[in-house]
Design a protein around this ligand. Structure first.
Ligand code: FAD
Length: 404
């Protein structure tokens, strides 16, 4: 039987970032991280990429810098994007964001999930006050007044003052703790792959909105681009099953021939898309972060960025309480975290949901209004720069770990 101050269930991008942020700033806290997957091997750096990539904002980059993983991530492989070009397939609406407009070198970076996960896991294992249980599965949660007991499948018993659920959208911990979720299926799925294109991507994130859903082409290294094609589940499955030549042609047409011919294409995978948010991020001795608390449409690439902001905010709340000799699992401490992140996350989620609905509409008046809106934003530097800063995660109530 082992006793920890904090146990984090889920050592993915968000859970590992939370553990590293806590351990980087307080070596007295004892932390257990449990993940059902075994630690990863160093990813290959040849011309094969992870099918899962994330657009990482400046705020998330700052969080990675603060826990000492950014240089290692950068040295493995990242792809900066300096421009973002968004256009409507059903009109002349265009918005172009350029990092030079706000005197920044980049708008963000496209990073393979496996690169972030590998570097975070390496960092996590370098702390004396973090113990990683992986691969390990929890089989039972017992909630007591002052602590939570987790029973692992190998009968290891882990007792902690605070348990944090960072175990993704299907969170086991959330279900065991009877925390309710509200949401719906988007009736869309995202097809992901990476492709080599005839024309260079110019370090630009391209996104074309179609009534069936958005298609994003995100820049990778060596002339490759990652695609995230959101569409009806039926079309996503058809696209996945198509012969490669037919798929390449369909993609060239759907992307408006922007990057020319699709020269090569990786295997394809499909992910169902859901919108949900929990009623409560916390309960006595327990908190949720990342996809365990909320999932969002990938159209603006914000999901993991919101999760990393949760991790930074929860770490700051716990560290400040610990320094002030307050119990880190008390509801008054945990409520500060919930109040902080619930409103910010919901605002972003509702904005993304509205975008999805506005761009999915075939109504003439909506089409006209959105095209006028896009062209107006494109011509107003003040509005455009505010939108860029929001997309870079640099607005709102930032944790000190998300600033430099
Ligand atoms: C197609 C697509 C594209 C996306 N693009 C972007 C993007 O560009 N930018 C962006 O910000 N977001 C993006 N997202 C969202 C992003 O992938 C998620 O928000 C992110 O993966 C959530 O991270 P997490 O650590 O909370 O959960 P996860 O990544 O799901 O990690 C959960 C971890 O918990 C472990 N685990 C699960 N169950 C258990 C258990 N019972 N016990 C122990 N461990 C467990 C898993 O092994 C894993 O390590 C995209 C999502 C999709 C579907």
């Amino acid at each position: 039987m082992s006793q920890y101050d904090i146990t984090i269930v889920g050592g993915g991008m968000v859970g590992a970032t939370l553990a590293c942020t806590l351990a980087s700033h307080d070596s007295a806290l004892t932390i257990a991280v449990i993940d059902k997957a075994a630690p990863m091997d160093r990813p290959s750096l040849k011309d094969d990429f992870d099918l899962r990539v994330s657009a990482i904002t400046r705020a998330s980059e700052n969080i990675f810098k603060n826990i000492g993983v950014w240089e290692a991530i950068k040295n493995l492989r990242v792809s900066p994007y300096r421009d973002m070009h968004v256009w409507d397939s059903k009109g002349n609406g265009v918005v172009h964001f350029d990092s030079a407009d706000i005197a920044e070198p980049t708008l963000g970076h496209i990073i393979e999930n496996r690169v972030m996960q590998y570097v975070l896991q390496q960092r996590l294992q370098s702390f004396d006050n973090i113990i990683l249980f992986a691969p390990a599965t929890c089989k039972k949660l017992i909630e007591n007044e002052q602590q939570i007991v987790l029973l692992l499948d190998d009968d290891e018993v882990i007792t902690s003052s605070l348990v944090v659920g960072a175990d993704g959208g299907r969170s086991w911990l959330r279900q065991q703790a009877n925390i309710m979720v509200r949401g719906w299926d988007y009736d869309q799925a995202a097809l992901v792959a990476y492709v080599k294109t005839e024309k260079p991507h110019q370090e630009t994130a391209w996104q074309r909105f179609m009534p069936s859903g958005p298609l994003a082409l995100l820049p990778l290294q060596n002339g490759f681009s990652s695609i995230v094609w959101s569409t009806s589940p039926q079309q996503a499955n058809e696209l996945q099953d198509m012969a490669e030549a037919d798929f390449k042609q369909a993609l060239q047409i759907a992307s408006d021939n922007t990057l020319g011919e699709i020269i090569s294409c990786s295997q394809r995978a499909v992910f169902p898309l859901r919108f949900f948010v929990v009623d409560n991020y916390i309960k006595p001795n327990l908190a949720l972060v990342g996809d365990a608390a909320h999932t969002i449409h990938p159209l603006a690439g914000q999901g993991v960025n919101l999760g990393l902001a949760d991790a930074a905010a929860l770490a700051q709340t716990i560290l400040d309480a610990h320094k002030a000799a307050k119990p880190i699992n008390s509801m008054s401490v945990l409520r500060q975290y919930e109040r902080w992140r619930k409103a910010d996350n919901l605002a972003m989620m509702v904005a993304m949901d509205s975008f999805k609905n506005i761009f999915g509409s075939e109504l003439g008046i909506v089409k006209e209004a959105r095209n006028i809106g896009m062209n107006t934003i494109n011509k107003l530097p003040v509005v455009k720069n505010t939108v860029i800063k929001q997309a870079m995660g640099l607005t709102g109530d930032l944790s000190r770990f998300a600033r430099i």
